[in-house]
Design a protein around this ligand. Structure first.
Ligand SMILES: C[S@@+](CC[C@H](N)C(=O)[O-])C[C@H]1O[C@@H](n2cnc3c(N)ncnc32)[C@H](O)[C@@H]1O
Length: 278
């Protein structure tokens, strides 16, 4: 398998998602559920649709999607982290949803026959896949011709000013990125990637949400719970890790207002169709 990811790292990243699973999306502003709702609104699923949610996490997109496709539709939610899959399954059971199936699966190697789904979603995950082109080609393969794909990605800046500050701190401590692709995207770059993977009718919207955090510690909990920052911190000797966190948080603390720590979340929603020529 072609991969841009250094040897061994994928395993470490997967472990990190496993550790994150029980707390994923629970600290800080509810950006993942807000974005999931918006993505589904833009995708306009039909009752009866068969939907695949790739890299489902704890089910932010898959669970509301299962309600939308209704009793004659079916949602298949996949993720390569067994604990994420277990959390998604638990959520689905809690809500009594019987039209959702969860499975542990690598996004670059979807274990479904061609033309299996009418629609496919992937929330905040494309940039984690070592070979994004291969994954998009897989997505197109399992979609029926004309089937819809809906992606959410961070737009340039991602969470302003928190993540640019995190980026500066990372640079200052000489840490190397552990995610194989840029986290934040420009619309024209994602459009080019989708076109070359065989998608057409590409629509991209950027939306921004002001969602302050209550305090600096919440910013750190949120940052820890949404990505592999812990894996990156392992590049530092143990005694330097806390120093890094303190340096980041003291900058975040300087932003504090009586309303909390400001944050402008910038999200790209992308909807496209699998081209009919294969
Ligand atoms: C930021 S979370 C997004 C979860 C969910 N889609 C959402 O919108 O909240 C990223 C997810 O991608 C999954 N992931 C990362 N790399 C993957 C891969 N190569 N194959 C499958 N899942 C992967 C992680 O386990 C994690 O659950």
């Amino acid at each position: 398998m072609h991969s841009n990811t250094p040897k061994g790292l994928e395993y470490t990243l997967r472990n990190c998602w496993d550790r994150t699973a029980p707390k994923y999306g629970q600290a800080g502003p509810p950006i993942f559920s807000i974005s999931a709702q918006r993505l589904l609104e833009l995708l306009s699923l039909e009752p009866g649709d068969r939907l695949l949610d790739v890299a489902c996490g704890t089910g932010a997109v898959a669970i509301p999607a299962a309600k939308q496709v209704g009793p004659f539709g079916q949602v298949t939610a996949t993720d390569y982290s067994p604990r994420m899959v277990a959390e998604a399954e638990k959520e689905a059971n809690k809500r009594g949803l019987s039209n959702i199936t969860c499975a542990c699966m690598e996004a670059q190697n979807l274990k479904f026959p061609d033309n299996s789904f009418d629609a496919l979603t992937c929330g905040f995950a494309l940039f984690f896949f070592p070979d994004m082109r291969r994954t998009l080609a897989e997505m197109r393969r399992v979609l029926v011709p004309g089937g819809k794909v809906g992606l959410s990605l961070w737009a340039k800046g991602a969470i302003v000013p928190q993540w640019p500050i995190l980026g500066e701190t990372i640079k200052e401590y000489g840490l190397r990125p552990v995610v194989p692709n840029p986290i934040a995207w420009r619309p024209k770059d994602i459009e080019a990637l989708l076109t070359s993977a065989g998608f057409s009718d590409i629509e991209i919207v950027e939306e921004r949400y002001d969602l302050p955090s209550r305090e600096a510690s919440e910013v750190w909990e949120f940052t820890l719970s949404v990505g592999p920052i812990e894996v990156m911190l392992e590049q530092l000797p143990k005694n330097k890790r806390q120093e890094f966190i303190d340096a980041f948080l003291s900058r975040i603390q300087e932003l504090a207002t009586p309303e909390g720590i400001p944050a402008n979340f910038r999200v790209l929603y992308i909807v496209a169709k699998a081209r009919t020529d294969r």
